[in-house]
Design a protein around this ligand. Sequence first.
Ligand code: AMP
Ligand code: GLY
Length: 423
Amino acid sequence: MKILLLGSGGREHALAWKISQSSQLEKLYVAPGNAGTAELAENISLDLNDFKAVGDFTIQQDIDLVVVGPEQPLVDGIHDYFQSQPTLSNVTVIGPTKEGAQIEGSKDFAKSFMKRHRIPTAKSASFRTDQLVDALTFLENQKAPYVLKADGLAAGKGVIIESDLAKAKKALTNMLNGQFGEASGTVVIEEFLTGIELSVFIITDGKNYKILPEAKDYKRIGEQDTGLNTGGMGAISPVPFANREFMDKVENQIIIPTVKGLKKDGIIYSGFIFFGLIAVKGDPYVIEYNCRLGDPETEVVLPRLKSDILELFDGIATDTLSERDVEIDLRTASTVMMVAGGYPEKYEKGKEISIENTDEKTTVFHAGTIIKNNKVVSNGGRVIAITSYGKNLETALKTSYKNVEKVTFDGAYYRKDIGKDVL
Ligand code: AMP
Ligand code: GLY
């Protein structure tokens, strides 16, 4: 198989790492990729928002399958573009159509979908810009803390949780008045749920599905989950409290109704679904859907997938996903994200990165790196993810932290408490 993988983060390096282990792989291109993917594949400079350029490259190189890492091209309809072009419609796209991607691209869509298919989630109501007065009245009648969500993609900044009613009203007003542009033209006001979060992933062709290892990520910049939100500072898999009984509830109450719901609604879906869940007194609720894998969750999920990922992709291509096996490594995987000093606020790029020999149980995934003048330099806020295996969480974390010391760049920062809350 000739594969084109789109994206440039740690998730894409982990995908490239997993894809390159397949005996079915003929050639792997990553666009635009990073310094890590360059070691495994051929990086191609393509603008992911330019579907024609991606399509032309696909035709020129006779690509069989395109794997879309990030959400934006999916929400913008890259799958639909491929379907609409006679010369591309036979190429398999791993990633849903524009309509399917709405499960992430519109919180309002996701909420209606969950209500329609009786999928457990926080109670909510949605308001448009022209309903500001009604929205404020509704908010006054809710209990604190107040959860406000911009409907559209807002680079991870679109969720505001506020305990003070006056501040929440101000935030709601700002949002509906365009704080996040079109993304907050509609705002979802949601009941606050108290519990512990985790992420569950499936691969699906819109009819059948396979469950991948679950993960827990650490979103805040500061230890003990304090400070600003980031893309994710680390992750672990498996999640200790996600026992058999809990995962059965996730499958029966959330995964099955979601896949059935997509089918019933006539939504064409191929690719991954990321269920952002919260366990409330042992019961799972959906906090959010994503139409892709997570980052840095992928850096622990794929290392625990023993099966050939191209077998699963081929299952989607040939409508035989139900016949494919998913075998899971019973070891624990942990990843610790090394970020640029200042991130998630202002930070510098272009710092030279030195990577010494790491343990055999460790894989260094590049999240934001580039090759410049034959040197690996930082090229983003999240720079390097150090993934390690262990027979349990404690040993996996110990190995990740030991190997963090082997990667150096000016201003590097990482959280020292990944996984500690569940140890
Ligand atoms: P989201 O982008 O929808 O995943 O929200 C970002 C984060 O806000 C989540 O990971 C949760 O920590 C928190 N959050 C979102 N919705 C709720 C809710 N209804 N109750 C409690 N926390 C929430
Ligand atoms: N780590 C969270 C995400 O990928 O959305």
